[in-house]
Design a protein around this ligand. Structure first.
Ligand SMILES: NC(=O)c1ccc[n+]([C@@H]2O[C@H](COP(=O)([O-])OP(=O)(O)OC[C@H]3O[C@@H](n4cnc5c(N)ncnc54)[C@H](O)[C@@H]3O)[C@@H](O)[C@H]2O)c1
Length: 356
């Protein structure tokens, strides 16, 4: 069945969505795009062969009644746009970060219940074959208990990057390098390690004239006993994304920048371990699916066919948002933050920096 798809926000990341929809072939057709910038949306539609363009989401929803809307606008606009699309009967794939606070997450949950439609948050790193393979091994208990994790997003962003008006401000970007860069790798670590219990964190704004963090450090304890250390940075000239998970039987490492392939994963036994046959099996990642928007969109289209909650939605998306909220609360208050403790009477429930 061919789904009617619309896209809202025709800036930088929209191109990745168009490319992925093209790979979906007969399963999806991009019928319209929307941007508040009329010349940008017209040029975008011209370049990508999209037949209709709008500057107002309501007009597009009324004219096309899309099955699925991709929201690719700046973070502070996500929640209201997603709810508008759900109310119009569409499923939604929304760019990260899904929304600006736990309060907004609760509004999204209520809208899902009201409409019977779902919103999935883009976290494309979960969907490459390397991550899917590791998750299957972990779920089968093949590697032993996870004990320790390192999760590092050390990137570099110059002043031109932060000159874009919505970047660098709590009101519009809603958070800094944690919410915009590190959140991908944090999400993957949480997806793999499961429920977290407590975090302690520090943030800094070390090398940019911005309000939000350009460095964040965190340590966390998980319900399964594992411990995780996170570094998020926009000030690191040699850029790298790195994840390391130490299990009882093996160390698993992933080293890349933006998207990974199977070759970026390594599995290492402790010295003297006899498990060489097992190691060969763990290292033989089936398929070769690089992380990208494509496999996440395919998974979402599958969920639409089956009428079930898509991956990276509901409680599964909330876990990552609550973890990031706890990072900021711990950094601002100087106190550890336990999972479940940020409730509606807490200022950090309403905004990442705990301020109106
Ligand atoms: N998944 C990823 O790897 C990835 C990578 C980059 C960006 N992103 C996310 O994608 C989102 C957009 O980032 P970007 O770099 O493309 O930004 P951008 O500034 O390049 O583009 C945003 C576009 O949205 C338009 N817009 C703003 N408000 C709108 C509204 N209310 N209705 C319609 N259009 C509106 C703007 O005019 C602009 O054209 C952000 O949430 C960002 O975090 C994700």
């Amino acid at each position: 069945m061919k789904r009617k798809v619309a896209l809202v926000g025709t800036g930088g990341i929209a191109r990745a969505h168009v490319a992925a929809l093209r790979e979906a072939g007969a399963r999806a057709e991009l019928v319209a795009a929307v941007d508040i910038d009329a010349s940008r949306v017209a040029a975008f539609c011209d370049a990508h062969g999209v037949p209709h363009h709008y500057t107002d989401v309501a007009d597009m929803l009324a004219a096309h009644r899309p099955d699925l809307v991709h929201v690719c606008t700046p973070p502070a606009t996500h929640c209201d746009l997603v709810i508008q699309c759900l109310e119009a009967g569409a499923w939604v794939l929304c760019e990260k970060p899904l929304c600006a606070s736990l309060a907004e997450m609760d509004r999204l949950d209520a809208a899902e219940r009201r409409t019977g439609r779902y919103v999935s948050s883009v976290f494309q790193r979960r969907f490459g074959s390397g991550a899917q393979h590791l998750k299957r091994l972990m779920d089968a208990g093949a590697l032993g208990r996870p004990l320790l994790g390192l999760c590092q997003t050390t990137w570099y962003r110059d002043d031109a990057y932060y000159a874009v008006p919505w970047r660098g401000r709590w009101a519009t970007e809603i958070g800094g390098t944690t919410m915009i860069h590190g959140i991908h790798q944090m999400d993957m670590a949480l997806w793999l390690l499961g429920d977290w219990q407590e975090v302690t964190a520090m943030i800094g704004t070390l090398n940019h004239a911005i309000e939000v963090d350009d460095v964040a450090l965190l340590c966390a304890r998980f319900a399964n006993g594992a411990m995780l250390s996170v570094v998020n940075s926009a000030v690191s000239p040699r850029q790298e994304t790195y994840m390391r998970l130490d299990f009882e039987k093996v160390t698993v490492e992933l080293r890349y920048l933006y998207d990974y392939t199977n070759a970026d994963w390594t599995y290492t036994l402790p010295d003297g371990s006899p498990d060489h046959e097992a190691l060969a099996a763990w290292q033989a990642i089936p398929d070769e699916i690089p992380s990208s928007h494509t496999p996440q969109i395919m998974a979402l289209l599958d969920s639409m066919v089956r009428g079930v909650r898509p991956p990276v939605s509901g409680p599964d998306a909330r876990r990552t948002l609550e973890f990031a909220t706890a990072l900021y609360k711990s950094a601002f208050t100087g106190q550890p933050v336990r999972q479940g403790s940020i409730t509606p009477d807490d200022p950090f429930y309403h905004a990442m920096h705990g301020a109106p």
